[in-house]
Design a protein around this ligand. Structure first.
Ligand SMILES: NC(=O)c1ccc[n+]([C@@H]2O[C@H](COP(=O)([O-])OP(=O)(O)OC[C@H]3O[C@@H](n4cnc5c(N)ncnc54)[C@H](O)[C@@H]3O)[C@@H](O)[C@H]2O)c1
Length: 437
């Protein structure tokens, strides 16, 4: 792809559309409001807090990313979305129990005004949930058209100049690519005949892409990972990115595994288990939804360790991931990892990680960065899969012939080099010979 010559300025309002307005979505919206009213810091967000080095190390140029690239301002963001429960975002945030009473009180007026539109939903795809705020229609195509109408109405009502859609809805049952996903025509025909290979998340993605709106996938759902929607993204000049926010356990996995490989330390096994008690945890009790999450969580190690290149070190890894629903913990997940490694002459060692994390607190800044970077990509004329956003995902989307890059620090380098490339700055290779000439 050619370097963007001119990136349109982020003028006017940016509409942020969120299918699924549960714990992550409400923590994100509340956080943006608290940050823009100067009541809290956007900790965890690269777009708000990180700097980017430009030029040589001797030049001392390290602007903040948000000053270097033209990102939309938080003040210009307006929010909307869909959920199967009619609760306002204030009620949903209160039920999710992520934010404390002080923070909730500060955003009560703001969140109370954000009410979900009725959802495109089918319990076949999320077995553990049922709700009443759901669209009716004869075919999946009719429902997708209703989502398109919602988008157009929201845009008009709020006077948005641009919009981004980011899936913060539940994890759907495990699905494989089907022949109806092959082309835009076969996809549309399948929607019209209510084909089971068309999940509700795909209806939102189709509606967004054909409305010219970028789509990001925060769950491990198949959604935009199919040729028909990838092709439509190209045709409609829409960036797409996914999938499954990389927040807690997988974040640490993609930091630790590259360290073992960098030092040529072997690995016999990695057992990862979690307890969590939020609605996401309840949804993942269903084996179909868990399988989707499991596939997403399992991929990282193989791609990072490349057992085909290092059979002596990584051929016999036993990798297991468990998630258990345990209501007393709410959104505060506990993730344990037991890692069996071996060193010089094959002597075994163990590492234990116990991460007492807060799921939505880790996910919210990722939502913010993805919204802002997807909007940037669209203004820069970038379309289709945005591999430079792999940094944010457990299971990064790539072109079909490529393997995904999972190493967090390679992902970060790729992200920052993409920003340098977009702005016509030299890429940083870390060679550094010129300092010694
Ligand atoms: N929090 C994290 O750390 C994290 C990390 C990676 C991925 N995720 C994923 O992000 C998603 C959101 O997580 P959460 O904790 O906010 O879950 P949540 O259960 O609190 O919220 C999801 C919401 O989506 C709604 N929903 C489900 N299907 C829908 C549909 N078809 N249309 C509209 N709404 C729908 C549900 O009613 C629910 O309110 C989940 O898929 C989760 O797996 C979260």
């Amino acid at each position: 792809m050619e370097k963007p010559t001119k990136i349109a300025a982020p003028r006017g309002k940016l509409g942020v559309l969120l299918p699924g307005m549960g714990a992550v979505a409400t923590t994100f919206m509340a956080g943006v409001e608290l940050v823009r009213t100067k009541k809290a810091l956007p900790v965890g967000s690269l777009t708000q807090m990180a700097t980017i080095r430009l030029g040589k190390r001797t030049e001392g140029r390290s602007p903040k990313i948000k000053d270097f690239v033209k990102l939309a301002r938080l003040e210009d963001m307006v929010f909307g979305g869909w959920d199967i429960f009619p609760d306002s975002s204030y009620e949903a945030a209160a039920k999710a129990g992520v934010l404390d009473a002080n923070h909730l009180a500060l955003v009560k007026t703001f969140l109370s005004k954000i009410k979900p539109m009725s959802a495109a939903f089918d319990q076949e795809y999320v077995k553990m949930l049922s709700g009443k705020n759901v669209k009716k229609g004869k075919t999946k195509y009719d429902i997708a058209l209703q989502v398109k109408d919602d988008i157009a109405r929201f845009k008009k009502k709020h006077g948005c100049s641009r919009m981004v859609m980011l899936w913060c809805g539940s994890t759907e049952v495990f699905m494989k690519q089907h022949e109806v996903h092959a082309t835009p025509d076969s996809f549309e025909a399948a929607m019209k005949e209510n084909h089971p290979a068309i999940a509700p998340s795909m209806l939102y993605a189709w509606a967004a892409i054909t409305s010219g709106i970028a789509y990001g996938n925060g769950a491990p759902n198949l959604t935009v990972d199919v040729p028909a929607l990838r092709q439509l993204a190209q045709e409609h000049k829409v960036p797409i990115a996914g999938k499954d926010f990389k927040t807690g356990q997988t974040l640490l996995k993609t930091v630790l595994a590259p360290a073992f490989k960098a030092r040529m330390l072997g690995l016999n096994g990695w057992f990862s288990t979690n307890i969590l008690g939020n609605r996401d945890g309840e949804v993942l009790e269903d084996p179909g939804s868990f399988k989707t999450k499991e596939e997403s969580k399992l991929g990282a190690l193989d791609f990072i360790l490349q057992p085909h290149l290092y059979p002596d070190l990584y051929k016999k890894i036993f990798h297991k991931v468990r998630i258990n629903y345990y209501p007393p913990r709410g959104d505060n997940k506990e993730g344990w990892d037991n890692i069996d490694i071996f060193g010089w002459l094959g002597y075994p060692m163990q590492i234990k990680v116990d991460f007492l994390c807060r799921d939505s607190i880790l996910a919210a800044p990722i939502v913010l960065d993805l919204v802002l970077f997807l909007d940037l990509a669209q203004r820069a004329g970038m379309r289709g899969i945005q591999e430079w956003l792999s940094f944010y995902f457990k299971s990064p989307m790539t072109a079909p012939e490529l393997y995904p890059e999972h190493d967090l620090f390679i992902q970060l380098m790729k992200l920052k080099n993409t920003l340098r490339w977009m702005m016509g700055e030299d890429l940083i290779t870390h060679l550094g010979q010129e300092y010694y000439d």
